[in-house]
Design a protein around this ligand. Structure first.
Ligand code: ZN
Length: 129
C-alpha cells in the first residue's frame, strides 16, 4: 500500500490524502495532486494555445469545400484550418501576419481549381459548386 505519491505537475512528493480518489486509475488516485487539480479545473476548457499553422493542410481545405454548398470565402477556410470561429476575439488575437500567409496559401491552392465568385477588400469568395 503506497502512502505517498509524487505529483507530476508540481513534482512534490505528497501523502495520498493530498490526492483525490479516482477508481479508474491503477493506484486509485487522481494523476495530479489536489492543489494542482484545483488550478487545472479553474482553467477554461478552451484555454489551450492556438497557433496559426505554417503549412496548409489540403485535407482540411478539401473537407471544408465539400461541406459548403455554393460559395466559400478564403477567410472561412482559414478559420476552419485554425479551428477558431472568425467572429471570436481569440481568432483576432492570433498573429495577423501568419493569418495573411495562410490566407495567401489558401488562395494559391484555390486559384487553379476554382472560380472567383467575388473579390473585395475583405478577401476572395470562391465559387466551388
Ligand atoms: Zn501537484
Amino acid at each position: 500500500m503506497i502512502t505517498t505519491k509524487t505529483c507530476p505537475k508540481c513534482k512534490i512528493e505528497k501523502t495520498i490524502s493530498e490526492f483525490w480518489k479516482n477508481k479508474s486509475r491503477e493506484d486509485g488516485l487522481y494523476h495530479i495532486c489536489i492543489d494542482c487539480g484545483k488550478i487545472e479545473k479553474r482553467k477554461p476548457k478552451w484555454d489551450k494555445p492556438v497557433e496559426v499553422p505554417a503549412q496548409l493542410d489540403i485535407n482540411v481545405v478539401e473537407r471544408v469545400i465539400s461541406e459548403c454548398n455554393h460559395v466559400i470565402a478564403t477567410r472561412d477556410i482559414v478559420s476552419e484550418i485554425i479551428g477558431l470561429p472568425l467572429y471570436t476575439s481569440r481568432f483576432h488575437l492570433l498573429d495577423q501576419n501568419k493569418r495573411k500567409v495562410l490566407a495567401r496559401k489558401v488562395t494559391d491552392y484555390m486559384k487553379p481549381k476554382y472560380k472567383i465568385y467575388s473579390e473585395n477588400s475583405r478577401g476572395i469568395t470562391w465559387l466551388v459548386k
